[in-house]
Design a protein around this ligand. Sequence first.
Ligand SMILES: Nc1ncnc2c1ncn2[C@@H]1O[C@H](COP(=O)(O)OP(=O)(O)O)[C@@H](O)[C@H]1O
Ligand SMILES: [Mg+2]
Length: 373
Amino acid sequence: MDTPVSPTVACIGGGQLGRMLGLAGLPLGIRMEFVDPVDGAPAGAIGPLHLGELDERGVIGPCVERATVVTYEWEGVPAEIVSWIEEMRTPPVFPPAAALRASQDRLHEKTLFRQLGVGTPDFLPVDSPADLDDAIAKLGTPAVLKTRRGGYDGKGQFVLRVAADASTAWAALGGVPLILEAFVPFDRELSILAVRGRDGATECWPVIENHHAEGMLRVSNAPAPGLTPERQRAAEAIANRMLDELLYVGVLAIELFDVGGRLLANEMAPRVHNSGHWTIEGSVTSQFENHLRAVLGWPLGSTESRGVSTMLNCIGVLPAPADVLTIPGAHLHDYGKSARHARKLGHVTVVADDAATLRERVERVLAILPADG
Ligand SMILES: Nc1ncnc2c1ncn2[C@@H]1O[C@H](COP(=O)(O)OP(=O)(O)O)[C@@H](O)[C@H]1O
Ligand SMILES: [Mg+2]
């Protein structure tokens, strides 16, 4: 037997994604340890939380030594630490550092999608005001200027409505490597979550429809309403090309724009993803369980849906548990974080057998979700 009876998974990062990975692992006898710089980080409720920076070898090293396999729950984890663990060869670390590196630089990421024959918004690198003028001339407006690295939840972005916005955009973001993207007049935003095992087996969940506000995910509907088998296959083809290219292991999320029926890749996250939280109740196997199965070299579980689901993020404020729990099919997840404006504190997933019942239940949840102060 090459896997110990009680495997230990070391996870770099101890936020809510680590916490939900840990929760999925408990019934399978999986122990998890976490490294995070924040005392009281959400995953500390599940397993030992070692305080340290996400590239602090003195803290991560001993954790790696005890582990059966190493993973991470944030795409901001410095790629050097993942490469360092990869170079040790044992224990293995998944997803591979190459996937992390690709996802950390929007230029690298979009170039990789294009190399794989996957459509993306048109883009150009921008490193100077002259580059920006040139890129605007080529891509037109509206356009989105983004930092190549470090952006999340819409941070590090500036939408240019007209070419004359260039100087304001440069003043807001200039000085670090940037990318200008043509603004895509998409019909809706979608995502595909896929998982690849150590044996190369892959599974995809149904395509998800996502609604953002102020750069943050608010609502996910799964499967995406009106999803055709052709669109599902097209999204799976994109995911599978990326998984195979990177010899990926674990869950990969790809954000897509649906433009008149055509799918364009916007970005990817080499980890479990907010748009996959519905899988805890809405799928035969959750993204968290399948990520653990994948990194441990265990068989993947079915990604079939159980009915239809809507996931609502609780941002800045949580509802009263009893208010949620009176609503049939509603499931509350409290990440155990202190409340702060614009902070993801938890989510509610609503499941139902049919769309009409789901809509009625979601309305009831929306009515009791407090507004973010
Ligand atoms: N090229 C684009 N055209 C139109 N909308 C965009 C474009 N790029 C980003 N957006 C909008 O901004 C949101 C956040 O951008 P994204 O690239 O996903 O960065 P983040 O890392 O912050 O999630 C997207 O979900 C989408 O709503
Ligand atoms: Mg995004």
